[in-house]
Design a protein around this ligand. Structure first.
Ligand code: ZN
Length: 182
C-alpha cells in the first residue's frame, strides 16, 4: 500500500486528529495575525503545511515573498506528484519564476517550516534567494548537516526554533507509527 493510502486509512481510524488539525489551523492563524516579520510568515508557512498533512504528504510548507511583497505559497507534494523534487521550496520557486518569468529571484525571502534539504538549499542558491528562515532544525537531512554556512557569507540564514511549527510533522509520523527523530 502506498504512503498516502496508509496515511488516509490511519486518519480514518483516528478521526480526533481532524479536530486536532482544525485546532492547529486556528492557532497558526492567530499566531500569524499576532506576530511580525519572519515569525509571522513562518506561521503562514505552517498553515500551508496543514494542506500537505490533509493530502497525506509529510507536512512541510513554505512561503516565498518577492521584494514587492507578493506571496507564493507551496507545500510538499512529493507523493502526490510522484516527484522526488516536489518539495515545498522547489514548488514555490517554480511558482515565483513562472509569475515573474525569470529564474533570478534576487531579494526574495523564503520561510520554510523545516530546515531545507540539500537539494532545496542548492535551488535557493541557484535562484539567488539570500534570506532563508526556517522554523526548526532537521538534524538528519537539513542542509546545515552537509555544508559550511560560513562559505556563504551573503546569505541570511535563521533558524527560529519554533517547536509548535513542527507539530503536524510529529502527528504525521505518529499516525503512521514511524520511528522518527523529531
Ligand atoms: Zn527539500
Amino acid at each position: 500500500m502506498d504512503k498516502i493510502k496508509r496515511f488516509k486509512l490511519a486518519l480514518r481510524k483516528n478521526p480526533h486528529y481532524f479536530q486536532l488539525i482544525k485546532n492547529l489551523k486556528n492557532y497558526y492563524k492567530k499566531k500569524y495575525q499576532e506576530n511580525k516579520d519572519e515569525t509571522k510568515y513562518l506561521y503562514l508557512a505552517a498553515l500551508e503545511s496543514l494542506k500537505a498533512f490533509l493530502k497525506g504528504e509529510i507536512p512541510i510548507g513554505c512561503v516565498l515573498i518577492s521584494p514587492e511583497g507578493k506571496i507564493f505559497k507551496a507545500h510538499n507534494l512529493k507523493e502526490t506528484l510522484k516527484d522526488p523534487t516536489a518539495h515545498a521550496e522547489i514548488l514555490a520557486i517554480r511558482k515565483a519564476s513562472k509569475y515573474y518569468d525569470t529564474w533570478f529571484l534576487k531579494n526574495f525571502k523564503i520561510y520554510v517550516t523545516l530546515e531545507p534539504c540539500l537539494m532545496c538549499f542548492g535551488s535557493l542558491i541557484e535562484s539567488r534567494i539570500t534570506d532563508i528562515y526556517y522554523g526548526y532544525l532537521e538534524p538528519k537531512y537539513g542542509f546545515s548537516n552537509f555544508i559550511k554556512i560560513e562559505n556563504f557569507p551573503k546569505l541570511i540564514i535563521k533558524n527560529l526554533n519554533l517547536s509548535d511549527i513542527i507539530i503536524p510533522i510529529k502527528i504525521f509520523f505518529k499516525l503512521l507509527r514511524y520511528e522518527h527523530y523529531l
